[in-house]
Design a protein around this ligand. Sequence first.
Ligand SMILES: [Zn+2]
Length: 307
Amino acid sequence: MTSPGSSELGRCIFCQKTSGPFRSVEHIVPESMGNISGRRVLPKGAVCDPCNNYFASKVEGPVLGHISFQNLRAKYMVPTKRGKTPFVKGFAHNTDIEVGMRLNKKTNRLEFFAIKESQAAEFERLKRLDAMFVRQNLLVFPMEVDPPQKEMSRFLAKMAFEALFERFCNTVGEKAAYKIISGEHYDRVREWARYGHNFDEWPYHYRAYFPEETLMEHPDTGEWVQFGFGCDLLLTSIPETYFVFSYYGHEFVINLGGPAIKGYQQWLSENNYVSFLVEKKGSFVQSVTENGEEKHFLVPLIVLPDA
Ligand SMILES: [Zn+2]
């Protein structure tokens, strides 16, 4: 993607400044969501460090640290970019005490702890009551995916805009990609991702599409691995450009052109509600029961010839 001698890089696609610095590598999907292969990254010089840092702390951070995504990452042991496995977030029933759960790899036992230092003593007290059977110390670890709307929308907008730039780089080259992406046609999504002040909200479409446990064949090793993240751009016949993002079967879709999702709902109804990332890529999810346990596999669609 980065051709030697390319002179275009060094102007940020978000703030459009050339001041930089441009030391960081921008991951379209964050490393802490499993994007560690180095495949979905933008060339150095596409996003400046101030924008990269801003996204990490103000856009990606609130989404990744939200209980919805943190617990998904913890459940499937997706390490952070520093190699740590996130703990599962929850709370002690009927209290506001936030409780974390993690596996102690040395003892192979689950550990429960107060997330906030200020609640540690109260949590210890609850545990003592529990030991005396005074209180049924019920801990609750919610697993539903319901991220904060605005942060999630801006997170999707950021990935969408970067995926679009990546696509243009690959098809028409960096110079033309910069020209297209700098046009005012993309000001709305650029501003929404980077500043978030041009609209009150920018809706996205969400559905739980396939089971979280679905396995796929790793493209390089051929081993069956969890189907973690997937994303692509969808151009509808209207025409509108959508960014489709899937995380453990949870599908989020945002319109790159503006805060409306109607065109995607229309695309769904015209396409029998299949997934752009599954059936439209020639696959489907096959569920089988093995020893009483249900398993799910992403397998190729085979079209049988007419008999
Ligand atoms: Zn910038």
